[in-house]
Design a protein around this ligand. Structure first.
Ligand code: NAP
Length: 249
């Protein structure tokens, strides 16, 4: 395993399962000290105890501005720096343009769009004060293309994540803070399998993916590690697709 993140501090949101957990494990394996955050403290504490190294668990609901201020303040006080922020927390929606509910719209926009902005707003300045680093916004192929013609609210939020990423990248371009979006296709997380395995939607995801299989969380995490590290030192405002060829079609 590479050790590209030795001495770096990385905060991951929505870190207790799926892509977030795989990202924690990968960044830790590459030498980073992790701030492991999610809505509930306990799963973060459990994961912290499991991952080798000296990591910090923290409860962080990404829609709560006050919690962002508290957690980023604690990171600065206790760890002295922040080098990498992975805005990973996200929730989905299945509704179409006709049947999406107003409640679900509000929830999805709050977590996926507002949460990503608040992360950049409070994490970015600490990264700059720490001498520069990288923000990775976990987006989706649905931030760019129409997918299966549903998940309207999710597509709206992820489209905003994609364009906010470019806007923030330009804002910080000369100040050492790089910002990129990472666009997974359909990734075989436990949650996705539990919800869709054996359903027509699962078949459609597989059939629509040119590589003929779903992705693994570890494959997304490996790309997060690349964007987090100085191997991507001249890359900012860009989009990296981890989608088995979906958007090449
Ligand atoms: P996941 O397993 O559901 O992980 C998302 C995490 O975010 C969960 O731990 C969830 O906690 C947490 N979360 C939900 N609301 C939150 C909030 N308000 N504040 C902080 N954390 C919150 O999903 P995943 O598949 O790993 O997804 C991770 C990211 O990848 C998301 O941004 C998703 O949109 C993106 N993505 C996933 C896929 C895929 O196929 N899996 C494809 C494209 C993009 P709870 O479990 O407690 O709700």
């Amino acid at each position: 395993m590479l050790a590209r993140l030795q001495g770096k501090v990385a905060l991951v949101t929505g870190a207790s399962g799926g892509i977030g957990e795989a990202t924690v494990r990968r960044l830790a394996a590459e030498g980073a000290r992790l701030v492991i955050t999610d809505v509930e403290h306990k799963p973060c504490a459990d994961l912290t105890a499991e991952v080798p190294g000296d990591h910090l668990p923290a409860a962080l609901d990404v829609t709560d501005e006050r919690q962002w201020q508290d957690v980023v303040g604690k990171v600065e006080r206790d760890l002295g720096r922040l080098d990498v922020l992975v805005n990973n927390a996200g929730i989905g929606s299945l509704g179409t343009v006709e049947d999406e509910s107003r409640d679900r719209w509000d929830q999805v926009i709050a977590v996926d769009q507002l949460g990503t902005w608040l992360g950049m707003k409070y994490g970015g300045p600490l990264i700059e004060r720490s001498g520069g680093g990288s923000i990775v916004n976990v987006c989706s192929i649905l931030g760019t293309v129409g997918g299966l013609g549903n998940s309207l609210a999710y597509a709206a939020a992820k489209g905003a994540v994609r364009t906010m990423t470019k806007n923030a990248a330009l804002h910080w371009a000369t100040r050492g803070v790089r910002v990129n979006s990472l666009h997974p296709g359909f990734i075989e997380t436990r949650q996705l399998l539990e919800r869709f395995s054996g359903t027509p939607r699962h078949t459609a995801m597989l059939a629509g993916t040119p590589m003929g299989r779903l992705g693994q969380a570890g494959e997304v995490a490996a790309s997060v590690a690349f964007l987090a590290s100085e191997d991507s030192g001249f890359i900012t405002g860009s989009e990296l697709y981890v989608d088995g060829g979906w958007t090449a079609q």
